[in-house]
Design a protein around this ligand. Structure first.
Ligand code: HEC
Length: 128
């Protein structure tokens, strides 16, 4: 009886160790992701949408959304804060960001749906 219990423990030990390792790895993964998430969170005062916009979109649309950049002028970009843009629904704006439009690159693969929503929210904040 005693022997049997011992044997059982011995046989299970490697399994347990693997399990512990697995937990360790997953924890490291989750921790890493959390860390990344924190790094992506902007420096004080900026919303996630604003910092995303500044890193991904401002090159063409300009820091204030007016499109006063070389690319913006060449493509006659409309001011993102203008009524023409603001009258479009969140879904329409999100669709343009996700699927692209003309020379506008599609971001559906590189951004998460939440990030596109944050960008739309930022575009809303540009409204005059
Ligand atoms: C390489 C330059 C470039 C980058 C980077 C870029 N855009 Fe654009 N964007 C354009 C161009 C050009 C258009 C006009 C497309 C058209 O009307 O044919 C456009 C159009 C848009 C429109 C629709 C405006 C309208 O006239 O209806 C929105 C909204 C928009 N962009 C948001 C974004 C967001 C948000 C990002 C960042 C994730 C971004 N863009 C990044 C070039 C760019």
């Amino acid at each position: 009886m005693l022997f049997e219990v011992k044997g059982k423990f011995k046989r299970e030990e490697p399994m347990n160790r693997r399990y512990v390792q697995w937990i360790g790895k997953s924890c490291a993964g989750v921790f890493g992701l959390a860390l990344l998430g924190h790094l992506a969170i902007p420096v004080s005062g900026q919303t996630p949408g604003e910092s995303l916009y500044k890193t991904k979109c401002a090159v063409c649309h300009g820091p204030d959304g007016k499109g006063e950049t070389a690319v913006g002028k060449a493509n006659k970009l409309r001011d993102l804060g203008s009524t023409d843009i603001q009258k479009q629904s969140d879904d329409e704006l999100g669709g343009i960001i996700g699927n692209g439009k003309g020379k506008m690159p599609a971001y559906g693969k590189s951004l998460k749906p939440e990030q596109i929503k944050e960008l739309v929210a930022y575009i809303r904040s540009l409204k005059k």
